[in-house]
Design a protein around this ligand. Structure first.
Ligand code: 5GP
Length: 117
């Protein structure tokens, strides 16, 4: 029988502990870890344990998990950068999505321009 474990899903491999990451939060629904290529003093990725391709699909399939993701993002920002942060969900390759397992980027600890570049 064929195991549908999406072996190409890097973030599932991080959740499974098969790829090392600096985990900063883990619960029954979401996991958070340091981005390997940080773009700000605070740059943490918060992901659902289960794979959904983007934030809209997560919202439709598991709204409580999205709510938990946002709650955890806020808590990390509260602890690290005074609760002021950007929460970014890139959706689609045209805007820079490179991993198709939804992840919220928690970015903080410096100023950001608006509109974004
Ligand atoms: P996207 O471009 O899809 O919005 O974001 C993907 C993010 O995942 C990038 O910020 C990238 O630095 C991060 N990333 C890619 N590979 C790894 C990895 O193996 N470990 C960690 N911790 N972050 C990764």
């Amino acid at each position: 029988s064929r195991v549908q474990r999406a072996p190409d899903d890097l973030f599932l491999r991080i959740v499974a502990g098969e790829v090392p990451a600096t985990i900063v939060h883990s619960d029954d629904l979401v996991v958070a870890f340091e981005d390997v290529n940080p773009q700000a003093p605070v740059h943490v990725l918060v992901i659902p344990r289960e794979r959904h391709e983007n934030v809209a699909q997560l919202a439709a399939a598991a709204p409580a998990t999205l709510a938990r993701l946002v709650e955890v993002a806020q808590r990390i920002a509260d602890e690290r950068c005074g609760g002021e942060y950007r929460l970014v969900f890139n959706t689609g390759t045209a805007v820079g999505q490179s991993v198709f397992h939804v992840h919220g980027h928690v970015l903080g600890g410096r100023g950001f321009t608006w509109p974004p570049g």
